[in-house]
Design a protein around this ligand. Sequence first.
Ligand SMILES: [Zn+2]
Length: 245
Amino acid sequence: MFKSMFNQRPQADDETLAIDGLPLPCHLVRSRRKSLAVHVRHDRIEVRAPLTIARRDILQFLSRHQAWVCRKHKEKVQRAAEHLSLVDGSEILYKARILTIRLHVAPRSSVEVTPTHLHISGPDLSPEKVAAIFKGWLQAQAKAWLPARTHALAQHLGVGHKLKEVVFRKTRSKWGHCTAQGRIQYNWLIMLAPDGVIDYMICHEVCHLLHMNHSPAYWQSVSRVCPDYKRYVGWLKRQEHRLWF
Ligand SMILES: [Zn+2]
């Protein structure tokens, strides 16, 4: 599950600790928690501390974890820079190719992919409208592609009767989901990924119709259908932040 960084109510949020060697001043958030933890984002570093712990101990904790914080921060800055934004001239990772986005005013909405560009056209190019045009295009692809592949694989594995429906949702936490009732849900953003990754995701969810868990037996079924699955899991881990808009 994707957990929000700010789902715990801070008691106070106004104290910052300037630490030598850290890229940003560190926000101190005290609450009724039991241990110290540091959370790093591209624009904010936050140390969460129990109510009574001494400042000296917090500073010690931070200096002990300084190298890790710096490494994490660098990674987050890079990831933030790579986030997909649908503006003219920006880059998009589309099926493992980097394309340049072009926006065009046109009477009708459309999306077109060439070897070097992704063209988004429409009568109104406000950020919301551009996002809506692109979303519609991805959803149409998801609907044309994913249910048929999902049903075919379920038949092949002898669990076609267990698959009740295929639905689409953009959730913040998941690419796919399979319920015990046989409902498979996909995040349509996956259509931006390479075909191998999409097939892996289908395989991942359909194999849950065989095993409703991530047991060794489950992964054995996955690897029979998709022997390269570890490559695709790795690709998603490294690149998924570039697919969200
Ligand atoms: Zn799973």
